[in-house]
Write a protein that binds this ligand. Structure first.
Ligand code: C6P
Length: 427
């Protein structure tokens, strides 16, 4: 079926289920004030959700109300505001614990985001343990945030990286992974979901294989946390990192989950207030978990608002959310498949709502610029995955990424605009 036929008869792709999912999304849209914005005189179609999601009104209001009525420093004051701020801050820790099914809130460390969480593990866990000859296994589809901290650690310790390759569809080569695990392996650090391909990796199998050799596993959950259920106890994961801003929460706040036994055995990452038990010039003793890893005044308002974002997503429910985003991905994949010279980069069997593509002879930045004139926000470039781009023999892709408030109408506008891009370039 070609796109113009579908356009003439869009109902062909609409079962009762997807009509319901579309009307739900239209209701959810109303929770996001920014989606009423116009860009270049056109209604905003926001399809850059893998970079950051928009924020629902309850998150915006909780953050603003925190500053209006509760603002104080946490864990430091006996006064009422400080206790209110501390209670709200700690309440989010428990919400995160439940969201990811961690055993204890003490396993939840608040950080600035995924990047800081991974750097924390590299420096605190790796720097004290790794030495020349040791190996860290990552994959070719990693975001730079799950490559560079390990490269820095390798420079510091003499350890080296082993890289899991992928097939043409963008799926990890598990046989290659199994072959590279050995007595030299000290850590496995892979992404749960690829930001550039949308691939959902078989992380349970990856963890089981590593644990069979007593090797801990860190998962980069930046692209998973808002799109699929994440369960620490089911996965038996050792470290998990994610950012609040990709989960409908604020920027500048994220989470490192770590098994208590591992975190307890690790030295602090940064020194300062809140992470100490006592300080003297003769020596300092450190606080217990999770505070040992939370030096200095944290992003209190951001953490409190992250709690509101978690409430928002869990009220909708992951089953509903997955069904909707999956329907959007299938619809978009079907429509773009008929566009001549368009190549989808990332065709894994298990995917979240990420559609990366190239158009022969047209640079992704030109695609992004023309789409922007239509009010459509997508991301173009290497998506901080330069080794992955090199693997596909390209320098960049155009990437549309879906969230719960996107509709099939958004996909239709995207596809129309891609056709226009081809016309502009005389294709
Ligand atoms: N990816 C994207 O457009 P921070 O910046 O720390 O919140 O997240 C970093 C990060 C780590 N891992 C993965 C898999 C990611 O997708 C990201 C952020 C954005 O794809 C910005 S580059």
């Amino acid at each position: 079926m070609i796109w113009s036929e579908l356009q003439a008869n869009p109902k062909q792709l609409q079962s009762d289920e997807t009509i319901e999912s579309e009307s739900q999304a239209l209701r959810w849209r109303e929770d996001f004030p920014i989606l009423h914005t116009q860009v270049h005189g056109k209604p905003l179609i926001y399809l850059d959700n893998a970079a950051t999601t928009q924020k629902p009104l309850n998150v915006i209001e909780v953050e603003s109300n925190y500053y209006r009525s509760d603002n104080a420093n946490v864990h430091r004051g006996i006064h009422t505001l400080s206790q209110r701020a501390t209670d709200a801050f700690e309440a989010t820790r428990v919400k995160v614990q439940h969201l990811i099914n961690a055993t204890s809130p003490n396993e939840i460390i608040f950080v600035r985001g995924t990047t800081e969480a991974i750097n924390l593990v590299a420096q605190s866990y790796g720097r004290t343990r790794f030495k020349a000859g040791d190996e860290i296994i990552i994959s070719i589809m990693e975001h730079h945030s799950n490559i560079v901290p390990w490269q820095m650690l390798c420079e510091q310790t003499g350890a080296s990286l082993r890289i899991i390759s992928i097939n043409d569809a963008g799926e990890l080569d598990l046989d290659a992974y199994e072959r590279m695990i050995g007595s030299h392996t000290k850590l496995v650090a892979v992404t749960h979901v690829s930001n550039a391909l949308g691939t959902i990796n078989p992380v349970k199998t990856i963890i089981e294989l590593a644990h069979a050799h007593q090797i801990p596993v860190l998962l980069d959950g930046a692209q998973a946390i808002a799109h699929i259920p994440v369960d620490m106890q089911m996965l038996d994961c050792d470290f998990y990192a994610f950012s609040g801003h990709k989960l409908y929460g604020p920027t500048g706040v994220g989470v490192l989950y770590g098994k208590a036994a591992l975190l307890n055995a690790m030295p602090p990452y940064q020194g300062g207030g809140d992470m100490i038990r006592s300080v003297s010039f003769e020596g300092t003793t450190y606080n217990t978990l999770p505070y040992k890893f939370e030096a200095g005044t944290p992003n209190i308002a951001g953490v409190v608002a992250l709690g509101a974002a978690i409430d928002y997503v869990t009220n909708i429910g992951f089953n509903t959310l997955i069904a909707h985003e999956h329907a959007l991905l299938n619809y978009a994949t079907l429509l773009v498949d008929d566009i001549p010279d368009l190549h989808i980069i990332g065709n894994a069997r298990e995917k979240t709502g990420i559609l990366s593509f190239t158009l022969d002879g047209i640079h992704p930045h030109d695609i992004g610029t023309i789409l922007d004139r239509q009010g459509i926000a997508i991301r173009t470039g290497h998506h901080c995955t330069m080794p992955l781009m090199e693997n596909f023999g390209i320098s960049a892709t155009a990437r549309a990424s879906f969230a719960l408030y996107n509709t099939k109408g958004d996909v239709d506008k995207l596809v129309t605009a891609i056709h226009q891009v081809r016309e502009v370039f005389g294709e």
